[in-house]
Ligand binder design. Structure first.
Ligand code: ACO
Length: 401
């Protein structure tokens, strides 16, 4: 390896940190994670307490504004979000341009990016008022867009928002309701979904959030930045893991096949990994997985259903956590391990799982984007590289090569 910097007289030093495992890209007051202890705090509040006692709207307010809202503040915020749930009629044409079997995340990358063309009035990132409006629009319209992606895939008409419902109830109705029939929101399912949204709202500088910040650092408009976040989240090592985890559990099928899959996960010649296991930051139990596991039982009880994959998941967790490989590498279930079991019981196809993650994470993305814009130290993101290619050489005409 030749250090070509020397050829050009470049001697400035930089760190080489693939995957940014030990490089902080920003300062943030939003979310704190202690991966060794399994702690996750939003603005200081433990995720377990928020998931137990608050609502997604309350957590959204907290992340955006720094403090939990008083009752009137929460009412006003919820009302404002509610007022922005509709999307422009022309946007429906975007959906119609896609194939029916298009992945909802493919649709969302395009449709959310296209929002900037509909809301030119809120793309001035230097105007604090416009930033707030753009943030509210994104949080409010994401359930409408996700539900439309689902409706399009099953060939049903789009449902307009019903703003007398809660944020989550409205989303469930737009997804599972049909225009000709009344739709009753199941309160346990509504609460479970709200909790899933809380658990996915923010997770400091993960890949998609870093993507949003990096895109935003150039001054790109917020709709484009969130579309970039959606694209990154889609990857199977990130937001796509909940879909992959449920597919894996279904493939395992019965507890007696678990040892075979654990052996595969440990085999370095096999690319297979236990999906929903391991985390870049948590080297202890992901606190979100604890809440998820509890919520599975509540949803099963409320819907009077069961699913053999839950039994497989519980046994797999038990066996992996007593296996030396997983103990030594500190691999524990992450938030995605159980979420798919719940979403499947509620009626979502696996292809919608990551879209739901994107819906919830929009709150974190928007809050992080706002924090970045207002940070006086903010600069355009421009990582360095360690060049390992050829040193300078002369061009050879094509006939002489
Ligand atoms: N199954 C088997 N082995 C694993 C797993 C797994 N799920 N996860 C990590 N390992 C092993 C790796 O092979 C590696 O072994 P080695 O030291 O012998 O090379 C070691 O543990 C460390 O793994 P890395 O990939 O280096 O850890 P990293 O922090 O880069 O990756 C990640 C974290 C991507 C989440 C990884 O654990 C993984 O691929 N998990 C499965 C996918 C998943 O569940 N993703 C969701 C993440 S949470 C979220 O995005 C909401």
């Amino acid at each position: 390896v030749v250090d070509i910097r020397k050829l050009y007289g470049q001697t400035d030093a930089f760190t080489y940190d693939p995957g940014f495992t030990s490089t902080a890209s920003c300062q943030s007051k939003l979310t704190y994670i202690d991966g060794d202890q399994g702690v996750l705090l939003h603005r200081g509040y433990p995720i377990g307490e928020l998931a137990e006692s608050s609502s997604f709207m309350e957590v959204a307010y907290l992340l955006l504004n720094g403090e939990l809202p008083a009752k009137d503040e929460l009412d006003k915020f919820t009302y404002t979000i509610t007022r922005h749930t509709m999307v422009h009629e022309q946007l429906a044409n975007f959906f119609r341009g896609f194939r029916r079997d298009a992945h909802p995340m493919a649709i969302m990358c395009g449709v959310v990016g296209a929002l900037s063309a509909f809301y030119h009035d809120s793309t001035d990132i230097h105007d604090p008022v416009q930033r707030v409006i753009a943030s509210h629009r994104l949080i409010a319209k994401m359930p409408t867009i996700a539900a439309m992606a689902y409706k399009y895939s099953v060939g049903q008409p789009f449902m307009y928002p019903d703003n007398s419902l809660s944020y989550t109830g409205n989303f469930l109705r737009m997804t599972f309701g049909v225009p000709a029939e009344p739709y009753e929101v199941n309160p346990v399912v509504e609460r479970a979904m709200d909790r899933i949204f809380i658990l996915h709202a923010d997770h400091e500088q993960n890949a998609s959030t870093s993507t949003v910040r990096l895109a935003g650092s150039s001054g790109a408009n917020p709709f484009a930045c969130i579309a970039a976040g959606i694209a990154c989240l889609w990857g199977p090592a990130h937001g796509g893991a909940n879909e992959a985890a449920l597919n894996m559990l279904r493939e395992i099928g019965t507890p007696d096949r678990i040892p075979e899959f654990i052996a595969r996960a440990k085999d370095k010649n096999d690319p297979f990994r236990l999906m929903g296991f391991g985390h870049r930051v948590y080297k202890n139990y992901d606190p979100r997985a604890t809440v998820m596991q509890k919520t599975v039982r509540e949803v099963f009880d409320a819907l009077k259903v069961s699913d053999p994959v839950f039994e497989v998941a519980l046994r797999l967790e038990e066996m992996a956590l007593s296996d030396d490989y997983f103990i030594e590498k500190k691999l524990f279930p992450n938030v995605d391990f159980y979420s798919g079991v719940i979403l499947s019981a509620v009626g979502f196809p696996t292809s919608m799982f990551t879209a739901l993650f994107a819906l919830a994470r929009t709150v974190g993305w928007v809050a992080q984007w706002n924090e970045m814009i207002t940070d006086p130290d903010q600069k355009i993101g421009r990582p360095r590289q360690l060049y390992t290619g050829p040193t300078q050489r002369s061009y050879v005409p094509v006939g002489e090569r």
